[in-house]
Write a protein that binds this ligand. Structure first.
Ligand SMILES: NC(=O)C1=CN([C@@H]2O[C@H](COP(=O)(O)OP(=O)(O)OC[C@H]3O[C@@H](n4cnc5c(N)ncnc54)[C@H](O)[C@@H]3O)[C@@H](O)[C@H]2O)C=CC1
Ligand SMILES: O=C(O)/C=C\C(=O)CC(=O)O
Length: 355
């Protein structure tokens, strides 16, 4: 047996259809009485519903969350939390709402109850992201790990097909990178493989039939496993590239992950053959070299645009992106070489298959 270190996270997870109804008792379990409810502007109505469910324990709603958590947005939310004398945050939504809760917790140590409504998986990690100017800074801090996560698959029924598909592939990326993480371990790798299998079946099903309750539950289960993996082991080239593209070029987060994953998986397949063979097998293939093409085919089946160009990435920015991605790279099975990364970005920009 290869030596390994495994450290779980202390999050409490409640997973069931209709679990939103448990929110009052979960807030009470934390000893909190004044919850600030966080959401994006688009999910203000859901945030108001959550305030109604919480009743007197709701201190207020702050529905200003946006992708990549600009520091100005974080400061405004911190001011609201202080003005309302909030003693906890209830982040309801995807990674943007949860990311705003993490920004508040990073400064205030307020506990977070996360109610995820996408498959991004942020609720299960101590990773935060803050964007200032054209640079996204990410870090790990135990203060930002949500204390309680309430997974209610019924809240994902309203997910548009495009967000269903792309945030699902964001979760897929967490699981894929966990398999070749520098600190990979048998427990997390088992969860990663199970996540890939669940997502590989459930995502096409819920894109075809958005109201399929069983498949919505399986997709959210896959996302929970993927987020748990991301929280437990380190990120590698794929996440570094996506943070660069998202933070510097403000590309849409989940769509960027989906477009990049076939290429980054293929980049690593020869350096991490056992890990990528597990990815391939979980998607119905066999060999490590099949993982990237299978992920590319899954994107096509989900209707996800393949080209970074379609996401607003300027071609003249590819050189800068390659430079930034190679600066302080995350640990990666294959050396992160500037020319090879530039070639990878070129293929992704065109929407070509991985090679
Ligand atoms: N720190 C971490 O571990 C992670 C952080 N993230 C961060 O999360 C952000 C992206 O999060 P995502 O969840 O991909 O997108 P998101 O939270 O921005 O949501 C995308 C859009 O879909 C809407 N939406 C969400 N759930 C919905 C539902 N059930 N029905 C209808 N509309 C819904 C939102 O209001 C928003 O307009 C990025 O900032 C990314 O950096 C993502 C993954 C992990
Ligand atoms: O890129 C991911 O999916 C994982 C981590 C982040 O997005 C970092 C952040 O919270 O911005």
């Amino acid at each position: 047996m290869e030596p390994f270190v495994y450290q779980g996270t202390p999050s409490r997870v409640v997973f069931s259809w209709g679990a939103l109804a448990t929110l009052p008792e979960e807030v009470e379990r934390l000893g909190a009485r004044r919850a600030l409810i966080l959401a994006t502007p688009e999910q203000r109505a859901l945030a108001d519903e959550v305030a109604r469910v919480l009743g007197e324990r709701a201190a207020g709603v702050h529905a200003e969350a946006v992708m990549h958590v600009p520091v100005s947005v974080a400061r405004a939310a911190l001011d609201t939390a202080a003005a309302l004398d909030a003693d906890c945050c209830v982040a309801v939504g995807g990674g943007s709402a949860i990311g705003l809760g993490k920004a508040i917790a990073l400064e205030s140590s307020l506990p977070i109850v996360a109610v995820p409504t996408t498959y991004a998986g942020s609720e299960m990690t101590p990773i935060y992201g803050l964007t200032e100017g054209r640079l996204k800074r990410t870090g790990r801090d135990p203060r930002v790990l949500p204390r309680t996560v309430i997974y209610d698959p019924s809240l994902t029924l309203s997910l548009p097909a495009e967000v269903t598909a792309t945030s699902g592939m964001n979760a897929m990326a967490h699981a894929v990178e966990a398999l070749y993480a520098e600190d990979a371990n048998p427990t997390v790798s088992l969860m990663a493989e199970k996540s890939i299998r669940a997502l590989g079946v459930a995502l096409p099903a819920v894109v075809r039939a958005p109201d399929d309750a069983a498949m919505r539950s399986r997709a959210l289960y896959g996302a929970w496993l993927a987020g748990t993996c991301l929280g437990a082991v380190g990120m590698a080239l794929h996440h570094k590239l996506c943070h660069t593209l998202g933070g510097t070029f403000n590309l849409p987060h989940a769509r960027t992950h989906a477009a990049m994953l076939p290429h980054t998986a293929h980049y690593n397949h020869a350096a991490a053959p056992a890990a990528l063979a597990r990815v391939a097998r979980a998607l119905g293939g066999r060999e490590a070299a099949e993982a990237g093409p299978l992920l590319f085919a899954l994107n096509r089946a989900l209707g996800i645009p393949a080209a970074l160009a379609a996401l607003g990435m300027p071609e003249q920015g590819l050189d800068e992106a390659a430079d930034l991605a190679c600066r302080n790279p995350y640990a990666n099975p294959r050396p992160v070489e500037r020319e090879a990364i530039r070639a990878l970005l070129g293929r992704a920009w065109q929407g070509a298959a991985p090679a």
